[in-house]
Design a protein around this ligand. Structure first.
Ligand code: COI
Length: 332
């Protein structure tokens, strides 16, 4: 069996190399992203593993079919950049890594929130300038707040535990009820109720598709005054302009944004010597009421190792058994 792994970062290489040695399977490591051009390197291989934020071009899958490659395994969870129709047309199966570390993302939600509640961005900026005054950066305590967890999949459930550990009152919403959360009586009847009753709303749901936001002018008007939004999920869940306006006008306290609707091509890129043309993002970066990070909630050693190895294990299962526990249903 010969596999090829695309878009591999420096920090991922050692996990792939270790796996290759332990499993005695050849894995070619490629740093380029998977494109209609680079897919040509896959000729002669049995399966493709990849991770990238850019959309996967349909032509990639026509070429895979031509080369007799019928499985692609992603090293991440989100499949919103994969054209399912092109996969189906070419009889290509797809796997993802649905659970590489729910705790990594859940912990990051509270990390960002604590930074915001204790005005850490402003404090650190002040101290950097040798301004050691306290006022006006008085903090707020999480144990006094109601945290609304939107989405009770693995990440949402890990977040619930952590927020409860801090003594916050937790409420939750999901279309599908988890029996444990149900037993605890945390569910409210709708997302609207969650938004209305929460001091902090933390999003743990997938993208709803282009133009379908959860946080926008209308929903913000229903939220509590001074509420906080935490987004470690997908940027397109939020209308960033509406969120920014709500914070600037004082309706909301602030927000934690680890994802951004236009992040592709910006996040995980060094733009220090490039003129920055995203004015809205620049305003967010400058505001002390926004904690903005470049999609790093997942970025821990545990998660990166799991992403590298679970995707390879899924590929092996697909090639040996024709399926795997992480295969995505392309008809859903
Ligand atoms: C995903 O797994 O889909 C993520 O959002 C994390 C990604 C940046 C690797």
């Amino acid at each position: 069996m010969k596999l090829i792994d695309y878009g591999v970062r420096e920090d991922e290489k050692k996990y792939i190399q270790e796996w290759s040695k332990d499993n005695d399977v050849e894995v070619k490591i490629v740093t380029d992203l998977l494109t209609p051009e680079t897919v040509k390197m896959a000729q002669g291989y049995d399966g493709i593993i990849a991770y990238q934020q850019l959309p996967y071009d349909e032509k990639i899958f026509d070429t895979m079919n031509e080369y007799g490659i019928h499985v692609i395994s992603l090293r991440n969870v989100g499949v919103d950049n994969v054209p399912f129709e092109a996969l189906k047309r070419n009889e290509i199966r797809l796997t993802n890594v649905p659970s590489y570390s729910p705790e990594a993302i859940a912990e990051y939600s509270v990390t960002g929130l604590m930074m915001l509640l204790r005005n850490m961005k402003n404090m650190v900026r002040k101290v950097d300038q040798h301004d050691f005054r306290w006022v006006p950066d008085i903090g707020h305590e999480l144990n006094q707040l109601t945290v609304g967890v939107a989405g009770t999949g693995r990440i949402g459930r890990a977040a619930i535990k952590i927020y409860q550990g801090f003594g916050a009152k937790v409420i939750a919403f999901d279309k599908f009820h988890n029996p444990e959360i149900e037993k605890e009586g945390l569910y409210v009847d709708s997302l609207d109720t969650l938004l209305k009753e929460s001091d902090v709303v933390t999003l743990h749901i997938p993208s709803l598709g282009k133009g379908h936001t959860v946080i926008n002018k209308d929903s913000i008007s229903e939220m509590k005054d001074n509420a906080i939004v935490v987004n470690t999920a997908r940027g397109d869940l939020i209308n960033t302009k509406d969120l920014y306006d709500a914070v600037v006008t004082g309706k909301l306290y602030g927000a934690v944004m680890d994802v951004y609707e236009n992040e592709v091509g910006i996040f995980n890129t060094d733009l220090t010597d490039t003129e920055f043309s995203d004015e809205l993002l620049e305003k967010v970066i400058q505001s002390p009421r926004f904690i903005l990070t470049p999609h790093i909630a997942f970025y821990t050693t545990k998660a990166v190792k799991n992403m590298a190895t679970i995707s390879l294990n899924s590929m092996v299962a697909e090639l040996k058994n024709g399926t795997s526990e992480n295969e995505i249903n392309l008809d859903k």
